[in-house]
Write a protein that binds this ligand. Structure first.
Ligand code: ASP
Length: 288
């Protein structure tokens, strides 16, 4: 076991320029400190990223979990994925309705089924069979944040976390309400392994942005491929993957951690709510 660990989180690539994000930044600061404490104590990266994303979902501060916005029919359909870099086991849910924590449902897919991705009614049945907490009254539970009223129809706000633990293992988790006013049944990049979420022995990546472009760029897995086949550093690989998204016409951001503990947060949108912390003393929280 080494003493080295690293953690990053994001709250989406769609912040509104000029708005005050001190509440979100204070919340991310608290989550980072708690995650750092747990990683230093030997908790696995997979458990830390799941817990962090569950807290971000529960905060209602981002367009995921409690803060998710409804689709064009007024229903809440959420997507999430988790991936263990050591084993490359992965689990994801798409268009899940009625549960507090889509990331917990994604973990259940990974650990309790032979599948990677379960959508819609099947995801709902699995979450219920696993005894996960349900949303009793959606109208009272979801408190869509004011961005929903202020922003144009396709803006962004996913949450995610990536970590390196003291065993040298990497993990990634991402959860989202998707883009605003999405078509019922629309699935973005978040729950698609390799598009919005990825972890292997080289890096762990969580993306946010206009999901259709991240899917078409296979953006999250592209970061690893650039390291593996192109000899890129993690920083170059993230930049290259984001440039590809931009080339297709998309925008957004990514957080990534490498096997050596390098942390990267990068975006080509107006901002990225983000926080990074490691065992060497790095601590950055920011939005723009
Ligand atoms: N990537 C998410 C999606 O397309 C949205 C976001 O990141 O805010 O569903």
């Amino acid at each position: 076991m080494s003493k080295k660990w690293a953690i990053a989180l994001h709250g989406g690539a769609g912040p509104i320029f000029g708005r005050d994000y001190s509440r979100e930044e204070a919340h991310m600061t608290g989550l980072l400190k708690e995650a750092g404490r747990r990683l230093a104590a030997g908790v696995a990266a997979l458990d830390v990223v799941e817990a962090m994303v569950a807290d971000l979902e529960d905060s209602g501060l981002h367009l995921a979990g409690k803060g998710a916005a409804p689709n064009s029919e007024g229903r809440f359909e959420l997507d999430a994925a988790i991936m263990d870099g050591r084993t490359r086991n992965a689990g994801a849910v798409a268009a899940l309705s009625g549960f507090l924590s889509p990331i917990a449902a994604a973990r259940a897919v990974m650990e309790r089924t032979p599948h990677v991705l379960i959508a819609g009614e099947g995801a709902r049945m699995l979450a219920r069979n696993c005894g996960l907490d349900e949303v009793v009254d959606p109208a009272a539970y979801y408190k869509p944040i004011e961005e929903r009223c202020l922003l144009p129809a396709r803006t962004m706000g996913t949450v995610g976390a990536v970590a390196l633990d003291t065993y040298g293992d990497l993990a990634a988790a991402t959860s989202t309400g998707g883009v605003l006013s999405k078509t019922p049944g629309r699935v973005g990049d978040t729950p698609l392994i390799g598009a919005g979420t990825w972890a292997d022995e080289r890096c762990a990546v969580s993306c946010t942005g206009l999901g259709e472009y991240f899917i078409r760029a296979a953006a999250a897995a592209d970061v690893s491929a650039r390291i593996r086949y192109g000899g890129s550093t993690l920083e170059e690989a993230v930049q290259g993957a984001l440039d590809d998204v931009k080339h297709l016409g998309g925008e957004g951001g990514m957080i990534a951690v490498g096997a050596d503990g390098t942390l990267i947060a990068n975006f080509n949108s107006g901002g990225l709510k983000r926080g990074l912390m490691d065992s060497e003393g790095r601590f950055d929280v920011g939005t723009f």
